[in-house]
Write a protein that binds this ligand. Structure first.
Ligand SMILES: Nc1ncnc2c1ncn2[C@@H]1O[C@H](COP(=O)(O)OP(=O)(O)OP(=O)(O)O)[C@@H](O)[C@H]1O
Length: 355
């Protein structure tokens, strides 16, 4: 698949100007509130007609302002999942799911009903009405409905934003299955580092309606960026499962020359896993600490000391070829006499994982 977007659009005093292409898997449009993500995904969907530019999907020209081409949304054959599920309240879950089939192409095209019901784990919900579903269940039905319309591309605008942490955690594995088990490319709008870290193959960072960075998730999410909220600053690392310690239920992951231990993972040796380490979960010591319960104490060298904000600084470290960020107080920075080039030990308090 290939999606090529080159558009300019003005909305009052705000303007979006973006050029990017995407070729497979999940492409995340990532940025703060008001950065233009929804406007951009609406332009891709055809819900908004851009002032100028081109959009081409798999060689199909959907928008070409020079030649006055604008394919309307229903003729693009894209699925759309919004923040709220927008189910039909009077229809059963089964009828909500099959609703999208009216719009799909030739009979027999696309995924089967049973396959989608199984993929999203909604078998037991089929006879219910939306009022009797949790927020997470409703969103799974909305995703199923979009999939059953046999879309060429699935557009998702913050599909988890309206859900609490528990519901998000419940639905994320289904999105991962969708990414891994169907071949449908996805454009996924989000402002959450953890969601993007788990799901995205490619990340496009939007700031003030412009693309400020794009590339693979591990690189982009580890760069300092105004799109990453201060609470979420950290690094995303792709590592490989190297060994397991069955007795202690620990899995050893290698990233560069760094070895990171995490609670037991049900993953084979050699499997790639994505780790997310928040700066606030990394402490620094100027000598190797003894008698500490933390599992991960990595030798590191300081490569950059960021500016102070609210008495805290972010310190970028090289840990065996892998960059990790640690957030310490300015008092610690001064007491430990931290400077670029200084060897330290990074103590990682917790690691978030994605299989
Ligand atoms: N029709 C409009 N007229 C004028 N300004 C608009 C219009 N629609 C959106 N905007 C402005 O464009 C900017 C980008 O909005 P957009 O919804 O695309 O951002 P976003 O990144 O999706 O934000 P959020 O995550 O809060 O939805 C905002 O400043 C918004 O106020």
């Amino acid at each position: 698949m290939s999606l090529v977007v080159e558009i300019r659009h003005r909305l009052g005093t705000f303007s979006v100007e973006a050029a990017f292409s995407s070729d497979r898997g999940v492409t995340a449009l990532f940025g703060r509130s008001g950065s233009g993500k929804t406007s951009l995904i609406n332009i891709i969907a055809g819900l908004l007609r851009p002032g100028s530019g081109r959009i081409v999907f798999n060689g199909d020209v959907l928008v070409d302002s020079d030649n006055r081409i604008f394919v309307p949304p229903h003729r693009r054959r894209f699925g759309y999942v919004f923040q709220e599920a927008r189910l039909f309240p009077h229809l059963s879950v089964r009828r909500n799911l099959t609703y999208g089939r009216w719009f799909k192409g030739k009979a027999g095209d696309g995924p089967s009903f049973d396959r989608i019901v199984d993929l999203l784990g909604v078998e037991t919900l089929l006879g219910r009405v939306p009022a009797n579903l949790s927020g997470g269940e409703k969103q799974r039905i909305a995703i199923g409905r979009a999939l059953l319309s046999n879309p060429r591309l699935l557009l998702m605008d913050e599909p988890l934003a309206a859900l609490d942490e528990e519901r998000k955690a419940e639905i994320l594995p289904y999105l991962e299955r969708l990414r891994d088990e169907t071949k449908i490319p996805i454009v996924y709008v989000s402002h959450s580092v953890s969601e993007v870290a788990r799901l995205a193959n490619k990340v496009i960072v939007l700031e003030h309606g412009r693309i400020s960075a794009s590339g693979d998730a591990a690189t982009i999410l580890s760069l300092p960026s105004s799109a990453v909220s201060r609470r979420e600053v950290g690094t995303v690392i792709d590592g490989i499962v190297e060994a397991t310690d069955a007795e202690h239920q620990i899995t050893l992951i290698r990233a560069g020359n760094a070895e990171i231990r995490v609670p037991h993972l049900d993953a084979g040796i050699g499997k790639t896993v994505r780790l997310q380490i928040a700066a606030r979960d990394v402490m620094l010591a100027t000598s190797k600490p003894e008698g500490l319960s933390a599992l991960n104490i990595l030798p590191a060298t300081i490569i950059e000391i960021g500016g102070a904000a609210q008495g805290m600084v972010d310190i970028r470290l090289d840990c065996g070829g892998v960059t990790i960020v640690s957030r310490v107080t300015t008092l610690s920075r001064d007491m430990l006499k931290l400077h670029v080039g200084k060897p330290v030990h990074a103590i990682i308090k917790s690691v978030a994982l994605d299989l």
